[in-house]
Design a protein around this ligand. Structure first.
Ligand code: APR
Ligand code: PHB
Length: 391
């Protein structure tokens, strides 16, 4: 087989890039290790910044998001029993976020690919990039008993944190930066009405972080911080609701509607960046190159700017014979990636209990929140990062 752009990974990054390129007449093939059902069974975060929403529209897959997604003009931070609203819209001169599940968004991207007849190959085993350091790279993979080779001009690694792309770069050509946090998030999805109209991030001095989020008016998503050694089996539904309830500010506690969990999972919190995001003719995008703790809702949105830059760079290459975008990709993408890293790290530090932190660190944390609530400048900084810095 031959294609112009060979994409490894059929998550949001890979699908979005192939869809955008297709609309500009650039050919690509997406190789995804899992089945479509498996990819669409993963529950992930659900806050989209406006830049990502614009990309969905440009990719002609934004209709359902615009119909079913909820525009949120603000969210609450609860601390010490009281709630403070961060007025995203007012603080940013009119910006907001869209609450729309990443699972739904991935479904829309698959439908968009189907509609245009895009090539997405599922259950592609042993995907391997080759020849990235010369002008004619290729991909190999196995489908059943068949071994298949795809020649291409460029390879794009969109295969997430555990993918093969980053790992195929020689160790002396890439630097990895990492921070692992001493807790995880236990998440529960339940078919119950959300506790409030907007998201509530909670720091409870005694019990730690909590988050009340939602997918729709009948589907809620909640999180509490938990020790890394815990497993889902340690957490009955009752134990979860009790842990969440203890963290809720008193004025909303009575609104909590509990019910059986339809999904329950523990995710460790990690910050990670690989530099540069390029090796010869292979470019990394999204979780393949960087991940953030979910606290600032930056995961998908950091991927979005990578895709935006790559998309424009590849269009410039194919349509204008101009390679400056490709040459600048890693540097440009990383500049925004690091800002997302800084913000996610800051918000994680702001809202969690750190088991090793003693009195001084905790007092600084309290002071950071008190300062935030008292300073419009500090809230502006939070808000402009939360709605998304410009691409
Ligand atoms: N070969 C082929 N596909 C692979 C391989 C491989 N060796 N390894 C992983 N994949 C696939 C995964 O099955 C997954 O579907 O690559 C895809 C990567 O998707 P994501 O992990 O969703 O990463 P990305 O598309 O960059 O999305 C970034 O979505 O996943 C969230 O937290 C993430 O919010 C962030 C955003
Ligand atoms: C979610 O709804 O899953 C969610 C929302 C906001 C976050 C993280 C996760 O910061």
């Amino acid at each position: 087989m031959r294609t112009q752009v060979g994409i490894i990974g059929g998550g949001p990054s890979g699908l979005m890039l192939s869809q955008l390129l297709h609309l500009k007449g650039i050919d690509s093939v997406v190789l995804e290790r899992q089945s479509r059902e498996y990819v669409l069974g993963r529950i992930r975060a659900g806050v989209l910044e406006h830049g990502f929403a614009d990309l969905m529209r440009e990719a002609q897959v934004g209709d359902r998001m615009d119909k079913e997604g909820e525009i949120h003009d603000g969210f609450d931070i609860a601390f010490d029993g009281s709630r403070h609203r961060i007025d995203l819209k007012g603080l940013t001169g009119g910006n907001s976020v869209i609450v729309y599940g990443q699972t739904e968004l991935t479904r829309d991207l698959y439908e968009g690919r189907d509609k245009l007849g895009g090539a997405v190959i599922h259950n592609a085993e042993d995907v391997q990039p080759h020849g990235m350091d010369n002008d004619s790279p290729w991909l190999t993979f196995r489908k059943g008993d068949e071994r298949i080779r795809i020649d291409c001009d460029y390879i794009i690694g969109c295969d997430g944190f555990h993918g093969v792309s980053r790992k195929s770069i020689p160790k002396d050509k890439i630097v990895e930066h990492e921070r692992i946090y001493p807790f995880g998030w236990l998440g529960v999805l339940s078919r119950t009405p959300p506790i409030a109209e907007e998201l509530i991030y909670i720091r409870d001095k005694e019990h730690g972080f909590g988050l009340c989020s939602l997918r729709s008016r009948t589907l809620s998503r909640y999180y509490v911080q938990c020790p890394l050694t815990d497993t889902e089996d340690d957490w009955s539904d009752d134990r979860f609701w009790d842990a969440l309830s203890k963290r809720l500010p008193a004025d909303v506690r009575g609104n909590l509607v509990t019910g059986p969990s339809i999904e329950k999972s523990i995710a460790p919190l990690r910050s990670f960046v690989a530099e540069p995001m390029q090796y010869g003719r292979m470019y990394l995008a999204g979780d393949a190159a960087h991940i953030v703790p979910p606290t600032g809702a930056r995961g998908l949105n950091s991927a979005a700017s990578d895709i935006y830059y790559l998309y424009h760079a590849l269009v410039d290459h194919y349509k204008k014979n101009d390679d400056t975008g490709l040459q600048a990709y890693s540097q440009k993408a990383l500049a925004r990636v690091w800002k997302g890293q800084r913000f996610s790290w800051w918000m994680t530090n702001l809202l969690h209990n750190f088991p090793d932190e003693s009195g001084y660190g905790q007092r600084l944390q309290d002071t950071e929140l008190e300062y935030l609530f008292s300073s419009e400048a500090a809230q502006k900084s939070l808000a402009e990062n939360y709605v998304g810095l410009p691409f």
